[in-house]
Design a protein. Sequence first.
Length: 139
Amino acid sequence: MSINVGDEVLFGKANGVKTRGRVVKINASSVKVAQLEERGGRPVGTEWRVAPSLVYPLEGKSALPALAPLVSIPPLTGARAPAFRVGQRVAFTAKGRTITGTVARVNSKSVTVNDCDDGSRGWRVAPSLLAAVHAPTRP
């Protein structure tokens, strides 16, 4: 069963409260629904951006089974892949000097580096500015 703009649906968590609404817009990863009844103190007409898996036809089955596969997040590969691990020693240049430290946290756009040799509390650095520091091998 598919759904179109203007269709009346129920939306909400599978095991939670459902609210009647009208589909306003359908995107690849979300559905905009205007509520047709009061919900949690919000007036009729309030628009919600809802995941397709949380939109149901009035009969009770999921209304958008074909929409879920359209939401695909490409795997991180190549330059986008995180190249650092928590606990790894790294180095970067800041304020004209090279600073070494230990990776404490890896995010998609930044790496938190603690235990720095400059005496600071820590730095948040773009992964592209970091270089791994390899410990010398012991004889």
